[in-house]
Design a protein around this ligand. Structure first.
Ligand SMILES: [Zn+2]
Length: 335
């Protein structure tokens, strides 16, 4: 049972893969243009998101395949719990508290911890609560949990963290989605995120943005972090795959248009914020599966592989935008 969500989230838009409509030459050309734009934006460093999000359009127009494999999950260190990954400090004040394939990020401010995401009900105690203890931090410091979106791999542990005293933040649309779900330990509706909302804790200000697409209430987050005392800004894109189905009331092409518009919105706010670090809530998309092992081997003076620069942050979100447009064109052509 525990693999159900993982499978759902890792199966890239199978409905798009199966649909290979006849698009016509001009339609094909336009889709190809957006696939090419996404491929150029992806470069070598963002091949994983390009491969996942543009998989349907690539097949539809028979574009060149994606190159550059990235491990899909971190290595587990616990044979009895294959999903278990070790907690780790990534910046002075930012911690990885996730499992092998799903991330929880913890920002430690002067007045407590802000988490992004809560992973599953079965793993949150081991990874987040015990993980903080392993790092020498009291889990009672957790103040807020920003849930990027109400799918079980990100919101499943929210009720348990609320029992530990944390305030839970979700968008209105995803509180609705969450409340319709079947979690055994369910968080009570708490803070409702709005676009651009500031969450201030101690000396830190985190901002959340409504970026509908992956769910109707997906939240993306901008976090201030520090590397050897130097200020940096991290951008966390809150929902990635196009693994949603259209309905007459909620058509797929509009959903993909919303997704592309959200990617543009987040490009604008992250550029304005000077974001030079890109984070994901799945360990493959932001290269955590490569970067955490690199950090573990890091020697004094080596660069932090998570600091990728403003251009690379922008290119990641450009891949999301261009693949959403291309997938939308494939979808429109299928009618
Ligand atoms: Zn999801």
């Amino acid at each position: 049972m525990k693999c159900v969500y993982a499978t759902t989230c890792l199966l890239a838009c199978s409905f798009l893969l199966n649909a290979q409509p006849s698009l016509g030459q001009s339609g094909d050309k336009l889709i190809q243009t957006h696939v090419d734009a996404a491929r150029a934006a992806a470069g070598k460093d963002h091949a994983f998101i390009f491969g996942r999000l543009c998989e349907g359009p690539i097949k539809a127009v028979k574009a060149s395949p994606v190159t550059g494999a990235v491990p899909e999950a971190l290595a587990s260190t616990d044979p009895a719990r294959q999903w278990y990954a070790e907690p780790s400090r990534v910046f002075d004040d930012l911690f990885f508290l996730g499992q092998t394939a799903f991330s929880v990020w913890g920002l430690r401010t002067s007045a407590g911890i802000i988490l992004v995401d809560s992973i599953f009900d079965y793993s949150v105690e081991a990874e987040v609560i015990e993980g903080l203890r392993k790092l020498g931090i009291d889990p009672a410091e957790i103040r807020y949990v920003i849930i990027s979106h109400a799918h079980g791999d990100h919101s499943g542990g929210a009720g348990i963290l609320q029992q530990h005293g944390a305030r839970i933040v979700m968008s209105a649309a995803d509180w609705d989605l969450y409340e319709a779900g079947k979690d055994k330990i369910k968080a009570k509706r708490d803070i409702v995120a709005t676009d651009g909302m500031e969450i201030k804790l101690g000396d830190s200000k985190v901002h959340v943005y409504l970026t509908p697409g992956h769910t109707h209430g997906t939240i993306s987050t901008v976090l201030p972090v520090h590397e050897n005392g130097q200020a940096h800004v991290a951008a966390l894109w809150g929902g990635t795959l196009f693994n949603f189905k259209g309905t007459p009331e909620d058509p797929l092409d509009q959903r993909l248009k919303d997704y592309a518009a959200s990617a543009v919105h987040f490009q604008q706010v992250t550029q304005a914020a000077g974001a030079d670090i890109l984070l994901s809530n799945h360990t493959a998309y932001d290269g955590t599966t490569l970067k955490l092992p690199m950090l573990a081997q890091r020697k004094p003076g080596d660069a932090n592989p998570y600091i990728i620069g403003k251009d690379a942050v922008h290119r990641y979100l450009k891949v999301a935008e261009e693949c959403a447009i291309a997938a939308g064109l494939v979808e429109s052509a299928s009618h």
